[in-house]
Design a protein around this ligand. Sequence first.
Ligand SMILES: Nc1ncnc2c1ncn2[C@@H]1O[C@H](COP(=O)(O)OP(=O)(O)OP(=O)(O)O)[C@@H](O)[C@H]1O
Ligand SMILES: [Mg+2]
Length: 151
Amino acid sequence: MTGAVFLPDAAATEALGRSLAPVLRAGDVVLLSGGLGMGKTSFARGVLSALGLEGEAPSPTFAIVQPYAPPETRLPVLHADLYRIEDAGELEELGLADALYDSALLVEWPEQVPRSYWRDPLCLTFAAAPAGGRCLTWDGSAAWERRWRPT
Ligand SMILES: Nc1ncnc2c1ncn2[C@@H]1O[C@H](COP(=O)(O)OP(=O)(O)OP(=O)(O)O)[C@@H](O)[C@H]1O
Ligand SMILES: [Mg+2]
């Protein structure tokens, strides 16, 4: 299942992230793709804020993995940015696979590891729209589409 939506500004990106939060549960993998500065962190901030996080989530660019847990968020979440990892082996050390037992994953720069690494991901790709704003294309299983689709 695929589709596309137009996000005119950063507020629209965050609002779309907020709309995903109510359906998120442990084991979910949300892959946030797109070039530098396309809105991946903005989307994640929307998700985290609607999960209850107070204040603005930091970009995980340097931490690589930023963990959240109740009571600050409704469920445990790992917000990761794989930009600086060099191979899939490093993922094991980061504990992303183990975290899926009780956490949802929000992953920026997921193309750093093979797509087959991720089980049933919801894939969101942000790109610059010609007249400003962003175009978001999404791709996910039928199960994902029953739970959530961008509008
Ligand atoms: N739909 C949008 N239209 C215009 N600007 C947007 C939109 N969504 C987010 N932005 C802006 O784009 C900039 C970069 O956003 P953000 O940091 O979320 O990108 P990113 O994809 O996480 O970048 P990086 O590749 O560095 O991780 C911010 O200034 C943000 O406000
Ligand atoms: Mg980012």
